[in-house]
Ligand binder design. Sequence first.
Ligand code: HEM
Length: 148
Amino acid sequence: MSTLFAFLHHLAAFALVSAIAIEFTLIRQDLTAALARRLIATDAVLGISATVLLIVGLLRVFYFEKSATYYFSSHAFLTKLSVFVVLAILSAVPTLEFLSWRKALAAGQMPAPDAKKMRTVRMILHVELAGIVVILLAAAMMARSGWR
Ligand code: HEM
């Protein structure tokens, strides 16, 4: 079971990071209806992989790895979880923006996002990529009893 959950954890983590990287690239291109649909689909993958990651991660913490006591007394784990939660909250901004485009797309029109909002979305995707670097460092440390 521990191997299966480690596999699922890595699968979801790689899917999540890929989805953020794809959004990061797409959002820099000129917006077209096809691109808007791609962003909405990629964001759905991001949401699903983040949910799976959280559920599988918590199952590993409580049942399949070193014990909840070990992780909740690890600064590295608490940092990892806190950064994950902050990124999840921040990611609501791009998600709500992309979802707001659906009505225009369904009516065969081009979404017309506000330039300032798009700058914020780009900045948040940047922060998400930087946050992943922190999470990866914290993951390596917590697995090896570092920064307790
Ligand atoms: C973007 C989010 C995440 C990424 C990229 C990520 C990445 C990783 C990586 C690469 C490892 C392997 C560490 C190693 O063995 O060197 C790992 C292990 C682990 N992760 Fe995550 N993780 C994420 C989110 C989470 C969350 C939200 C939780 C729990 C709520 C979690 C719980 C765990 C646990 C329990 C391990 C096993 C550590 C050990 O071997 O003792 N992860 N993670």
